[in-house]
Design a protein around this ligand. Sequence first.
Ligand SMILES: Cc1ncc(COP(=O)(O)O)c(C=O)c1O
Length: 445
Amino acid sequence: MQKKIVLSDKEIPQFYYNLQADLPFSLDPPLHPGTRQPVSPEDLTAIFPRALIEQEMSGLREVPIPEDIRRVYAIYRPTPLIRATELEKALNTPARIYFKHEGASPVGSHKPNTAIAQAYYNKQEGTRRLVTETGAGQWGTALAFACRTFGMECKVYMVKVSFDQKPYRKILMQVYGAEVIASPSVFTKAGRAILEKDPNCPGSLGIAISEAVEEALGRTDTKYALGSVLNHVLMHQTVIGLETRIQLGLAGETADVIIGCHGGGSNFAGLAFPFIRDKINGAKIDIIAVEPESCPTLTQGKLEYDFGDTAGMTPLLKMYTLGHDFIPPSIHAGGLRYHGAAPLVSLLKEHGLIRAEAVSESSIFRSAVLFAQAEGYIPAPESAHAVDMAIREALKAREEAKEKVIVFNLSGHGLLDMQSYQAYLMGNVAEDASDDRNRSFGIAC
Ligand SMILES: Cc1ncc(COP(=O)(O)O)c(C=O)c1O
């Protein structure tokens, strides 16, 4: 039995995998916010570089990863695939549980996989400055790091509730040289409109996106970068699943269950898409996206065209959505507070290639603590949603006496989320009466 399956630098993927090439159904196009007609590549050039627009619309199965990007990936990629042996023992399950440790990146999450690519392609086309939004701060940190790597300026609109809850994330972005603003802010029309209605608004990803896009549209030296949802972002993240497939092969395993937490869809897609290809080709794999009960986009949203942001400035995307003016409650998993879901993930859900589950906040912290006590790693509250579902599946395998292989994405570590853990340990995260799993673990936690 091997605890860690580690690949060499040479095995950093040479191509991103574009699932669109293999889908038996096609994606509905994004619509222009003004005309409601399909957007043309030209419509997007005000905010994105051409290379990324091409990737967004590409039908090519394998998109080569430039050497300059692979060189930066080599700082932390390939990430290890780790067998959660101690968790298996704690759960007394016949399942074999593996996690892909994306928290091993310098900024602590999967987000640099696309931040590095986006900064690189922008730099190639002469962009001097990138502006973005961030929820929990993980994406902003990743983009700040990537901009620093390629010698660009970076400005981040950070959702106010996380700005206040996660001061160290803000400092991390500042260490990489980024400017960080709490959103909603008085610096944009979109921010001022929200603050006029509610001066204490906790913010949301949708609002922060409006602010960042407004700034990018108003400056010729600045482009916008998005940390999730769009096709090219999901495609950059497929390095996760491509490596995982090789690592499972080395361990002599075939995945039965694939799990990722779901905010906008990028870490879930990154792990899952290469396995969706196997599923389309006949493999039997249960692929699960896990979201918070308080922001149940995939499980309770409607599949329809909606804006990606609150002010209605972005193209309309066909996706599961809770409505672009939905402001989710201030939960600890700030990165999962998004009203929409990636159009590609939405399409997979519609066609039954994946399923979605919503879990409660108390449940995810209970599972995160159990995982930390068994395996040592402290998950980000977002990633704890995947941990929680992996534990549920492992317990199901125990009930059914089945030897399943369960693989989940540990999308980030939680070492800067101690306030959240403190709230949980002090009993300040509401208990979910309907969840009785804590009594079925069979161990104290
Ligand atoms: C650690 C971590 N996991 C998951 C997410 C959710 O984003 P996505 O669904 O795009 O992976 C975030 C977002 O900030 C995050 O920081």
